[in-house]
Design a protein around this ligand. Structure first.
Ligand code: PEP
Ligand code: MN
Length: 264
């Protein structure tokens, strides 16, 4: 069902208020790795508004390698996130980690993110297929494109057609950076499916200085958008600070990506 052979026309995902993701648009989703406080959300919202960015990312349920690391503000954080964003015309994308969270989250999110670690959590995918909210599905940590497409098929076959695929880097033997951002995936996925393809350069390379070149490369590879991490003080972020750009860097990145998209 997600194949280009089955549907030739690209799928567009309409989040309302003129925010449409997919072919012909270049969608920018930016924000902190984790939602940390009311003040933090306000500062990010202000930054996004100043740059005409309509979608804010931020995790309230965080999949952390160590159980002792900050695991997110939970529903309380999501309610605050929702209140501040909806008041400012900003859409929300945030990660859902398990089936039982969907019901509590659904009224407060615009896009559910499925993280790399849950990319093949088939119960979660089935349930999101029944939810009436768009889903950004990330590629697994060592996931093949075929596995990503099959995972999307789980959601689609349950009745939810509003899916975007996300390349976020795959694990390799190279340890000079966090992951290997596989930009080959962009044109290949675009040819295989009608779904929008989004790139996450932050998790893809894991080093803030290189988020910009990889984002620009993603634009030229044909991505329908990017999702990246930004924070008012990256060095103080509760998670993923090393790959998070500050607002000044983010502003330049937004400007350059838009210029690159114009050239495409
Ligand atoms: C995130 O977006 O902060 C995240 C945890 O991403 P991933 O699932 O790609 O590691
Ligand atoms: Mn992160």
């Amino acid at each position: 069902l997600i194949s280009r052979k089955w549907r030739v026309n690209p799928t567009l995902i309409d989040l309302g208020d003129g925010v449409v993701i997919g072919e012909g648009n270049f969608s920018i989703m930016a924000g902190p790795c984790s939602i940390e406080s009311e003040r933090q959300i306000e500062l990010v919202v202000e930054h996004l508004k100043a740059n005409n960015v309509k979608i804010m990312r931020g995790g309230v349920f965080k999949p952390r390698s160590s159980p002792y690391a900050f695991r997110g503000m939970g529903l309380e954080g999501l309610h605050m996130f929702h209140q501040l964003c909806s008041a400012n015309g900003i859409k929300i994308i945030t990660e859902v980690m398990q089936v039982s969270q969907i019901e509590d989250m659904v009224d407060y999110v615009d896009v559910f993110q499925v993280g790399a670690r849950n990319s093949q959590n088939f119960n979660l995918l089935d349930s999101l297929g029944e939810a009436q909210k768009p889903v950004l599905l990330k590629r697994g940590i060592s996931g093949t494109l075929e596995e990503l497409l099959q995972a999307a098929e789980y959601i689609f076959s349950n009745g939810n057609e509003k899916i975007m695929l996300c390349e976020r880097g795959i694990r390799s033997y190279e340890n000079a950076y966090r992951n290997v951002l596989d930009l080959n995936a962009v044109p290949v996925l675009k040819a295989k499916t009608h779904l929008p393809v989004i790139v996450d350069p932050s998790h893809g390379i894991g080093l803030r200085d290189y988020v910009e070149p990889m984002s620009l490369a993603a634009v030229m590879a044909g991505a329908d958008g990017v999702i990246y991490e930004t924070h008012q003080k990256p060095e103080e972020a509760f998670s993923d600070g090393q790959q998070t750009v500050n607002f000044q860097e983010s502003e330049r990145l937004i400007r350059r990506m838009r210029q690159a998209f114009e050239l495409r």
